[in-house]
Design a protein around this ligand. Sequence first.
Ligand code: FRU
Length: 496
Amino acid sequence: MNRKTGDQSVSEKLERAREYEKNRQNEISSEEKPVFHITPPIGWMNDPNGFSFYDGKIHLFYQYHPYTREWGPMHWGHSVSEDMISWENLPVALAPDEKYDALGCFSGSALEANGKHVLLYTGVSRQVLEDGREEERQNQCIAYGDGISYEKSSKNPVVTGELMPENCSRIDFRDPKVWKKGDTYYLIVGNKNAEQKGQVVLFSSKNLEDWKFETVLAENSEGKVGTMWECPDFFALDEKYFLICSPQNMKAQKYEFHNGNNSVYFVGDYDENTHTFQKEMPKTLDYGLDFYAPQTTELPDGRRILIAWMKSWDACVIPEEQKWQGMMTLPRELHYVNGKLYQKPVEELKNYRKNSCRLENQEVSGTVQFDEVKGRILDLTVEICEGVFDEFCIELAHNQEYTTSYTYYRKKQIMEVNRTYCGVTRDIVCQRAWKLPEQKEPLKLRFIMDRQSIELFINDGEQVSTTAICTPMEAEEIVFCCDGTVKINVEKHELI
Ligand code: FRU
């Protein structure tokens, strides 16, 4: 049943979700939230959705279940920003209120078409089969809006599994990413084949509503890249093409792919006429503990920006009493230089720096703290210069009880994050080690810290490691330790 509000028809489910988060009783104090990372107003958040520029603003939607801090029937929450650092919460955009999306409005993307803001998402429903059994179906649906309210098309679902060859799953068929080239719209969707191997399928359309299956754009041919490829994204960047996806159930290989459900990228060349994508081997996007389902958008100024869910499906890193769960990473600008993908915090972050200090050529031998270098909401760069040592460690969000450490093992060229003492009270993964790109000193470590997270950008974004923490704010010391002697430069800016 739909109720009319102004000239927009709003379903009961959508109205209920909007009212629920407006209810003062459900309000969460801003002190309990990150300062510049997106979080749900209340309840649960996962994947970024519909990351796009529309009507002068950057929009970010997200998988949202306001009523509990656990995953539940998916809605689309909505935030907007002018600079990707300060975000404003807008009314819930989609609720699972139609037969074709009754089990959830799953992930998807957005673009502008004919002046409208267009959302493409996965509608999850149950279908009764010929033999009477019920089976889940995932189909792609469309909604049109003005940047605040969205109306689902009467033609939904616009892309069904029936359009694909027989051996493509109709159950695991989700997370459409749309783009336009010339006069044609393209859509890729995450999928798996009958052998339980992940793949990405490509469709095309002239009008966004009538779609044609084109091809399997990429697949897990050797079987090492997971069972289902979630949240695919595909774009050109610096003369190459990039396919990003989040394969489920993937085994670790040496220092790569340790997250079980991973997020990887493939670099390659794409023939637009034949839709063939020649790809290299997959690479890790982020070496931290909390990074999944990234999505990118291209801004009007040409920058390709990536944002991801700053959480792992397998870990809960929040205090018992917290009523919300899930954050987004800081948006990152992507570049491909000399065969390497760089991710760096968006430049706009620099406008929020204050109380800066720079220390040059400081000797660290044993354990050292600097009076000016402490805090929890920081943009902190440490350059590790010459020295005679093997281990160098930085302890953040530190006091007598808590700490999260980053250790550089110089001989092995390994970096390790350890959040065992960040305040977690569950038996979750707390340590991750990875191989640094190549022996290169000074090694530059830029930490972006917010109340509940630490994002480490190594050598201007050559590698990134994103990790959630749950440490009380009074733990704000920063400690440097070295098993020999080293010279470091430190630049610290408080943020906001
Ligand atoms: C990825 C994912 C998507 C799906 C969504 C459901 O984290 O599993 O594939 O659309 O979450 O919330």
